[in-house]
Design a protein around this ligand. Sequence first.
Ligand SMILES: C[S@@+](CC[C@H](N)C(=O)[O-])C[C@H]1O[C@@H](n2cnc3c(N)ncnc32)[C@H](O)[C@@H]1O
Length: 358
Amino acid sequence: MRYIGNKTKLVPFLLDTVETLGLSSGVACDPFSGTGSVGRALKQNGWRVHCGDLMAASYAYQVTRVELDRTPRFPGALTGGSGRRRYLSYKAALRVLSALPPKTGFITQHYTPAGAAGRMYFTPENGAAIDAAREAIASWHSEGLIDRPREQLLLATLIAGADRVANTTGVYASYVKSWQPNARRTLDLRPIRPTVPRAESALGCTAFRGGAEALVARVGAIDLLYLDPPYNERQYPGYYHLPELLAQGWDPPPPLRGKTGLIPDEDLRSDWCRRGRCEEALRSLLGAVDARHILLSYNDEGLLSRESIESAFRNAGDPDSYRVFTRGYRRYRSDSDGPDRRYRGDAVRERLYYVRRP
Ligand SMILES: C[S@@+](CC[C@H](N)C(=O)[O-])C[C@H]1O[C@@H](n2cnc3c(N)ncnc32)[C@H](O)[C@@H]1O
């Protein structure tokens, strides 16, 4: 999925660094998990990973890509009782969702031109397909036909499918005023493969929806803490309100605000995106965690200066173990330069800050 700060491309750098540091697999925590790409890579490398994030949409990805150890089967009853099969494959369950009659629901009414606000996030046809699928997932879950992991797997699949036909330039802070070629395509629910653990040490991975401090308190003593917090003032819920709405559902329907139909997000706003608060957020998290090794991803255009990270890290662990690993990469451009923001070219340096605890 297109996601600001998605570390898929930086996974090799992270794994190289972990190897350089001589860390062998153990228990890891990824409390700013986003799409779950790092948690997934660590799990593939034998780590038992506890993921977390404030956003419900991230939770769906975490369950799908990190918590689940295999692709589950679904009950045959999802076909409405007419089918004789006891079980359906994941792909067959997606075919059931895709074949549902279109439904004019919350998404069609508020995020397509068929609604009074005339928002153009989706075509009315895709809006009605998304509504039908989302409401079916909600009723399958409330009727006890699917459990939480299956529900989250279907939600992640729907969020990813909706993202492919969203009429945006990558984030949901605005929609394009004419239909883009991807938005004209029909909603296509493509399976997402859970990560099969290659070693017993990677069994027992978990997902969590909530703040980083709550997660580190919950997991207790761990071997590796990997931190990938937001690094600028862009609050994620304002950029991803539609994936979040699909993850949260609309029962009861949330009040919407603004031209883009934002949903209430006070509890999803992060101190890491606030200039005056991010330094304290880092110090407080480092003070709360019980981890042997700590790695922080941060790029050189972030709110936290290198000096403040260095000071917080040296304070939190053995000062002599402090190291910084650096790699350049091409940035993910979600939008263009504007009066409030000027990119310094296409190349960004991403740093991994490390400290070991005594
Ligand atoms: C840079 S992104 C992480 C990207 C992720 N590593 C990936 O590869 O997709 C930062 C994430 O931190 C989450 N976040 C922000 N503040 C948080 C907090 N206090 N606790 C937990 N998650 C938070 C955001 O919702 C966002 O998903």
